[in-house]
Design a protein around this ligand. Structure first.
Ligand code: HEC
Length: 104
């Protein structure tokens, strides 16, 4: 009895952790989706895929577009419409998407 209670409790405690790994789709994703795709799979081969990219890398690249260290006006203007929390939600969203399978 004690064991099954413990198991039920452990399962309940694990649920929020699982949910935390799959963030909700950010409301402002449309600002990025036209180019990078809502799931981080870019619309054309000239645009980088973001799905499954490392979160620290995404944050660093975004900071460089914002600061102008990476000079790409379309990116800077899209990022300029978002606050820090919205940008972070989008970075976490893309980092947890599945990458496109490789094509030979
Ligand atoms: C008009 C199309 C366009 C839009 C809109 C756009 N991007 Fe980009 N993004 C690009 C292109 C093209 C590049 C590559 C630019 C370069 O050569 O540095 C890029 C690069 C990036 C990179 C770096 C990828 C890497 O592998 O280094 C990140 C991260 C990124 N974009 C995130 C975003 C986010 C977040 C948004 C929405 C706020 C956004 N982009 C909106 C076209 C776009």
């Amino acid at each position: 009895m004690r064991l099954s209670l413990y198991c039920a409790f452990a399962a309940l405690m694990a649920l929020p952790a699982a949910w935390a790994d799959t963030p909700a789709k950010p409301s402002k994703i449309g600002l990025c989706a036209a180019c990078h795709g809502a799931d981080g799979r870019a619309s054309t081969p000239e645009i980088p895929n973001l799905a499954g990219q490392n979160l620290p890398y995404l944050r660093g690249a975004i900071a460089q577009y914002k600061s102008g260290k990476r000079d790409f006006p379309a990116m800077r203007s899209a990022l300029g419409m978002l606050n820090a929390a919205e940008i972070d939600a989008i970075a976490r969203w893309y980092a947890t998407r599945l990458p496109r399978p490789a094509t030979p």
